[in-house]
Design a protein around this ligand. Structure first.
Ligand SMILES: [Cu+2]
Length: 213
């Protein structure tokens, strides 16, 4: 028995090596190519994304107050340091009309509700509105190129990833505090932010046209 074992072992080992050599020999090129395609791309995209942007975009802000639902809230990293805009979606799930009538924040001297209005020569300008009506059962989206929260006179430099505390005031008397993440242009939600409710609203919004505010 002992003899048989010592003799068999090298044989088995040799066979295994041979089989292994055969396997690697015939599948060598294929394996190499599948390995590079499966392993390399995720690492490549990650290392490309990291230096340009920053960390992954922070979660967008959301809050609920009774039948009022706020979602997708964020603030744009100011291109100019003194003003910036905030965006979010407001859903009035209740049976009665409501309206967003004000916004306050500690990080700016003034916070206003704005919309974009045609100037008549093809351009648009920002104008302040006293309220943003929220009809029952409807969702209103504040987004680039349309309704937005306007923060004027920043008291500090915002940094991508930090959270801006704001409080939204509604005609119904509700006050809803919210912490809006500051997003860099790379982190800003684009299609994802605008398609769900807006339908065909995305193309005109672009961002390049009204990027200044
Ligand atoms: Cu504005």
């Amino acid at each position: 028995m002992a003899h048989a074992r010592t003799r068999l072992a090298p044989l088995v080992a040799a066979a295994a090596v041979a089989a292994g050599a055969l396997l690697t020999a015939c599948s060598n090129s294929e394996e190499a190519s599948t390995l590079t395609t499966t392993v390399t791309p995720p690492r490549a995209t990650r290392s490309v994304a990291d230096p340009s942007g920053t960390a992954p975009a922070p979660a967008l802000a959301s809050a609920t107050a009774d039948t009022l639902q706020i979602s997708g809230g964020w603030v744009k990293l100011p291109p100019k340091k003194d003003v910036t805009a905030g965006y979010l979606k407001l859903r009035n799930a209740g049976p009665a009309a409501d309206a967003l009538v004000g916004v306050t924040t500690d990080v700016a001297t003034k916070a206003e509700l704005h919309t974009m209005q045609p100037t008549g020569n093809g351009a648009e300008k920002m104008v302040q509105v006293n309220e943003i009506p929220l009809p029952p059962g409807q969702e209103i989206e504040l987004r680039s190129g349309g309704l937005h929260l306007m923060l004027v006179g920043m008291k500090k430099d915002l940094v991508a990833g930090e959270q801006v505390p704001v409080e939204l005031a509604f005609a119904s008397g509700k006050k809803v505090p919210l912490r809006l993440p500051v997003l860099s242009p790379e982190q800003a939600p684009r299609g994802s932010q605008q398609t769900p409710s807006g339908g065909a609203a995305t193309p005109s919004a672009g961002g390049s046209g009204h990027g200044g505010h």
